[in-house]
Design a protein around this ligand. Structure first.
Ligand code: NAI
Ligand code: A1CAB
Length: 271
């Protein structure tokens, strides 16, 4: 049985664990968490083994879902011989490959980013393997993470800061947008349940349309803008206020914070 060890039984660790349980057969799931509450959560909710100490075994896949700033302390406590033969995937925002390989003293490391849709098998996971990772290591990470959604592989880890913003944080942005749509419906007199049905229908309907038509999101919004009609009137205001520019600026802020976190972690590792 393939062992998957998730270090950090917090929000992301728990949803990835739950996605793996649901979508990947023949996996023995283990958790490591620094707190008794975290360990209890993993045992109770996922019926998984949970320990305070990280005890890897050759052939394991380890997923790091602890706070970036906790990584240096975690790495300092590890025996470099213990992680030999283990493929480690970091899903922490910002932490650079150099910090991961230097901290763990292993090159069998992949920097990744994912999102909480893993819980329902619909995450997008971006992976940037260290060039020294074995083909088997990449294949193992790919196989397990493909069980919780789609996997995109990139050669340049710089893409991972943008991924922190648009992949990791993207679920929050989309849900925030849908929240505004639901709020509008409620203000117009729809009940909260009806507003939720409307917002959910818009999210799933639009996504499925883009997928089935093999189209881009732009292909789908443009035909809705009937000239002289209702949608175009609203869009004109969005364009006037440069709404898309604002969204891009917000994503750039998040990506910048990811780079900043990377610098903070590098600093912590040096001290
Ligand atoms: N929450 C999200 O939607 C996403 C989070 N991430 C990344 O996942 C990581 C965790 O984020 P959250 O789950 O939101 O945080 P969280 O605070 O909910 O979970 C962190 C967990 O790590 C545990 N932990 C802390 N130090 C530890 C150590 N030294 N050893 C073992 N366990 C330790 C904590 O007890 C806690 O259970 C972060 O690096 C974040 O960048 C990435 C994508 C999405
Ligand atoms: O906000 C954060 O820092 C984490 C990483 C991406 C999503 N949540």
């Amino acid at each position: 049985m393939q062992r998957v060890v998730i270090v950090g039984a917090g929000r992301l660790g728990m949803v990835i664990g739950s996605g793996i349980k649901r979508g990947v057969p023949d996996v023995e799931l283990h958790f490591v968490d620094a707190t008794p509450e975290g360990r209890e959560r993993a045992r109770e909710r996922l019926r998984a083994e949970a320990a305070a100490a990280y005890e890897p075994a050759p052939g394991d896949l380890t997923l790091l879902t602890l706070p970036p700033q906790a990584f240096p302390g975690f790495a300092a406590g590890q025996d470099p011989h213990a992680v030999a033969g283990v493929t480690v995937v970091s899903l922490m925002a910002g932490v650079r490959l150099g910090a991961l390989t230097g901290g763990l003293r292993s090159r069998q490391v992949i920097r990744g980013m994912t999102n909480i849709a893993a819980q329902v098998g619909k995450a997008v996971t971006v992976l940037a393997p260290d060039p020294a990772v074995t083909t088997q290591g990449v294949a193992l990470a790919d196989k397990i993470l493909a069980g919780v959604g789609s996997v995109v592989k990139v050669a340049d880890e710089d893409a991972l800061d943008a991924a922190s913003a648009v992949v990791g944080g993207g679920t929050a942005l989309v849900a925030y947008f849908a929240d505004a749509l639901a709020e509008f419906a409620m203000a117009a007199g729809f009940s909260s349940a009806q507003a939720c049905t409307i917002a959910l229908g818009l999210l799933t309907g639009t996504a499925e349309l883009v997928e089935r038509l093999n189209a881009t999101p732009a292909d789908v919004y443009k035909p809705v803008l009937t000239p002289g009609g209702t949608t175009a009137e609203g869009f004109a205001l969005l364009q006037e206020t440069r709404w898309q520019d604002m969204l891009r600026a917000a994503l750039e802020k998040s990506a910048e914070r990811s780079r900043e976190i990377g610098g903070e972690v590098d600093g912590l590792l040096k001290n």
